[in-house]
Design a protein around this ligand. Structure first.
Ligand code: NAD
Length: 474
């Protein structure tokens, strides 16, 4: 028996939120084989019917009692954020259900070149391996389109937030979606299973590299959504007043900064640096409240673990040791020693090679840096291996859209950043070492169907013999 995962509340370490059994090789094998058996009938259902199942699941997710509170207690995210994530995930399922019939329909052409049918073939069993920071939406971004396209799915959630997603996945008909719990060992067994024909992974670069290597060995296609180190460029005409600044602050500190697309490096024109700093500090006073996720008014909860807290504190103190300054932000309403709380911080006077700038901090601390001209800030924003998101802030939308094209990023927000910028229809994913493949959008649906051609060349239709045997068509 491989044991169990005991999940504690990161805001109140004395509280055990729940337990789940760890799946060993036998349990993973059974889950994959059952999912494979189920897929044979599921793929034959018309796509409209599969879409109907997604809509019912969305309603069931919306009606799930106590889910937001459970998510807050296991992940440390503020209650309102958890409710928002669950609502957004259900809305995504409905959106995919609406898109699937047209996007997955056969495309047929019959013309002078011959007859071509392009059909969308499901892969079979999809393995979905997900992180803890947005455990519901990041799992349903895989489950929804995979099911719509006729696959079945085995999900391996993070051991740091396994409870709510386990309940949410019960909203789907038994058999279509299976859950196996555990850490890296369970994930390795799942992605290496010979009957898995598609892998979708969201998480860190290290695990992504290991999963990519395993997928390459098995020749299994893999979608990788990895980390980011998103730059924010404030142009010289950016709005620094109330609401815009509040949005900028939350872009870095929502989920205590533990979001792949958080605003992770802020670049301001040197001529406006002091003004930006003052506006930022004032906004932080308005919007940042460090507290228990279940308390009304909390906007920043604890980080996920003791290791994460130590790592982020070391990044902040390391910046100060290098001559930087760190200003603590916002109000504190938590008993800080009761959980993994880290005081949000704005870090200044650091160079681009300081770890807090050059690496993904994935926590509640953000550097503010000065730039002198646009070419220079583009080069600095694009330095490094990661290329997930970016944002540009300007009073002139056309100027911002033109500037946005210069980022090495999978997506760029204008005058916002992080989840306030999300749109169900906009494809999401990284460039460079932030991964490959896309989620959201019709592009995120087509990741789960392989285009396969059926073709009768014109020359040989109706018994014709228009070209020589063995010749290329001219
Ligand atoms: P992680 O990589 O530690 O774990 C992610 C998942 O992979 C977990 O379920 C884990 O158990 C599993 N896993 C780890 N090693 C594995 C292996 N060798 N084989 C199979 N499975 C394995 O990530 P995390 O700490 O949960 O999440 C934080 C990271 O995720 C950050 O880098 C963040 O930027 C990234 N992230 C990216 C996106 C995105 O969409 N691009 C979204 C959220 C988080």
């Amino acid at each position: 028996m491989p044991g169990e995962i005991v999940r504690e509340n990161p805001a109140r370490l004395e509280e055990i939120v729940g337990r789940v059994p760890v799946a060993g090789e036998a349990e993973v094998d059974r889950a994959v084989r059952d999912a494979e058996a189920e897929q044979r009938a599921w793929r034959r259902l018309p796509v409209d019917e599969r879409a109907g199942v997604l809509r019912e699941a969305a309603d069931a997710v919306d009606a799930l009692p106590g889910a937001a509170e459970l998510l807050a207690r296991e992940s440390g995210k503020p209650l309102a954020d958890c409710a928002g994530e669950l609502r957004f995930a259900a809305a995504y399922l409905r959106w995919i259900a609406g898109q699937a019939p047209a996007a997955l329909a056969d495309r047929e052409t019959d013309d002078a070149a011959g007859r071509l049918v392009l059909r969308h073939r499901p892969y079979g069993v999809v393995a979905a391996v997900t992180p803890w920071n947005a455990p519901i939406i990041l799992a349903l971004l895989k489950v929804g389109p995979a099911l719509a396209a006729g696959n079945t799915v085995v999900v391996k959630p993070s051991p740091l937030a396994p409870l709510t997603i386990g309940r949410v996945l019960e909203a789907f008909p038994a058999g279509l979606v299976r859950v196996v719990h555990g850490g890296a060992a369970t994930g390795r067994t799942l992605v290496g299973h010979p009957r898995v024909h598609r892998i979708a992974f969201t998480g860190g670069s290290e695990a992504g590299r290991a999963i990519g290597a395993a997928a390459a060995q098995a020749i299994t296609p893999v979608l990788l959504e990895l980390g980011g180190n998103d730059p924010v460029v404030l142009l010289d005409d950016a709005d620094l007043t109330g609401e815009a600044m509040d949005r900028l602050v939350m872009a870095s500190f929502a989920t205590a900064g533990q979001v792949c697309m958080a605003a992770k490096r802020l670049y301001a024109p040197r001529s406006r640096l002091a003004e930006v700093r003052d506006a930022y500090l004032a906004a932080a006073e308005r919007v940042l409240v460090l507290g228990d996720p279940l308390d009304e008014g909390t906007t920043v909860g604890p980080v996920i673990s003791a290791d994460a807290a130590d790592r982020i504190r070391a990044l902040i103190s390391g910046s100060v040791e290098r001559g930087g300054t760190a200003v603590e932000l916002g109000a504190v309403r938590a008993e800080l020693e009761r959980g993994h709380f880290v005081r949000p911080a704005l870090v200044m006077d650091v160079a681009d090679d300081a770890p807090i700038v050059a690496e993904e901090q994935f926590g509640p601390a953000v550097p503010l840096l000065a730039y002198d001209d646009e070419d220079e800030v583009v080069a600095r924003a694009n330095a490094g291996d990661l290329g997930l998101g970016a944002s540009v802030w300007s009073a002139d939308e056309d100027r911002a859209f033109a500037f946005a094209r210069r980022f090495d990023a999978g997506f760029t927000f204008v005058n916002t950043h992080n989840r306030t910028g999300m749109a169900l229809r906009a494809p999401f994913g990284g460039v460079k070492r932030s991964g490959h493949g896309r989620e959201y959008g019709v592009e995120g649906l087509l990741e789960y169907a392989q285009p396969c051609a059926i073709h009768a060349p014109a020359a040989f239709r109706a018994g014709g013999g228009g070209m020589g045997a063995g010749a290329y068509p001219s």
